[in-house]
Ligand binder design. Structure first.
Ligand code: NAP
Length: 248
């Protein structure tokens, strides 16, 4: 294996949900390996800290506002990419929503819709728009950050877990149909990771008492550990992995 397989110089990478947590770590790692990173979050200036960190490791990037639950904002970002960069090599779908933590029978329609809009509609159309551009280039890599809850649902996280199962299935569907077009599609499936997103779980003593003893390392993961696993799928050396994990 040659070192250039780990070189992302000249690649344009779009990372949704890059202001903090796992997405920020993935964005910094992509920048460190040479990609130009377009870091997305919902608020103006949200990704400034991530950009500072990218530059500190010798990388380059830019921050853009994009709420992936809003179709017009997704379309706007791809118009910007077409105009400014003319291509997209890497998409990381990482921004997710989990507005409700409670018993499944008490789920309200608003939380249900919001979770689906971001986690399913958002991931799906971010992938469709990226995939159309990658199809023209006959190359590209898409990474969908799912969750262990997509394999087995987490208590009090029914709707979120359903959407994460959907993301794993979506990954398989895109992988099967886009592999022959030169587009690799993979999923990262994190367990409990220390981020703001998982704060409600970390604050739930009963959950932690039950969860941690069942964790091989007897601790939750760190966002930087997820980034290491995640960006591996963007490298060319992962051609072998594509399709075998999800398309058999
Ligand atoms: N932490 C865990 O234990 C864990 C476990 C399994 C899976 N995951 C998955 O890992 C991914 C990242 O989670 P995290 O723990 O790193 O969360 P986090 O620290 O809360 O970060 C979430 C990121 O997503 C952005 N975001 C949220 N909603 C968005 C939207 N609608 N449009 C665009 N950006 C949005 C946030 O930015 P702004 O708020 O600035 O917009 C932030 O940058 C998620 O897909 C999550 O499901 C996490």
């Amino acid at each position: 294996m040659t070192r250039d397989r780990f070189d992302l110089t000249g690649k344009v990478a779009l990372v949704a949900g890059a202001s903090r947590g796992i997405g920020s770590e993935i964005a910094v790692a992509l920048g460190e390996y040479g990609a130009h990173v377009i870091a997305l979050s919902r608020g103006e200036g949200g990704c400034d800290e991530t950009l500072d960190r990218i530059r500190a490791v010798g990388g380059e990037g830019e921050a853009k506002v994009c709420h992936i639950g809003k179709m017009e904002q997704i379309e706007g970002i791809y118009q910007y990419i077409d105009k400014t960069h003319g291509k997209l090599d890497i998409l990381v779908n990482n921004a997710a929503s989990n507005p409700y933590y409670g018993h499944i029978l008490d789920t309200d329609l608003g939380s249900f819709k919001k979770t689906l809009e971001v986690n399913l509609q958002g991931y799906f159309f971010m992938s469709v728009y990226a995939g159309r551009r990658m199809r023209e280039a006959k190359a590209g890599a898409i990474l969908n950050v799912a969750s262990i809850n997509g394999v087995s649902p987490g208590d009090k996280q029914g709707v979120y877990s359903m959407t994460k199962a959907g993301i794993i299935n979506m990954t398989k569907a895109f992988a099967r149909e886009c592999g022959s077009l030169g587009i690799r599609v993979n999923s990262l499936i994190p367990g409990l990771t220390r981020t703001r997103f998982a704060q409600a779980l970390h604050d739930d003593d009963d959950f932690m008492a039950m969860q941690i003893p069942n964790t091989p390392l007897a601790r939750g993961g760190e966002p930087s550990e997820m980034a290491c696993c995640g960006i591996v799928f963007t490298f060319r050396c992962c051609e072998l992995y594509h399709g075998r994990i999800y398309s058999s």
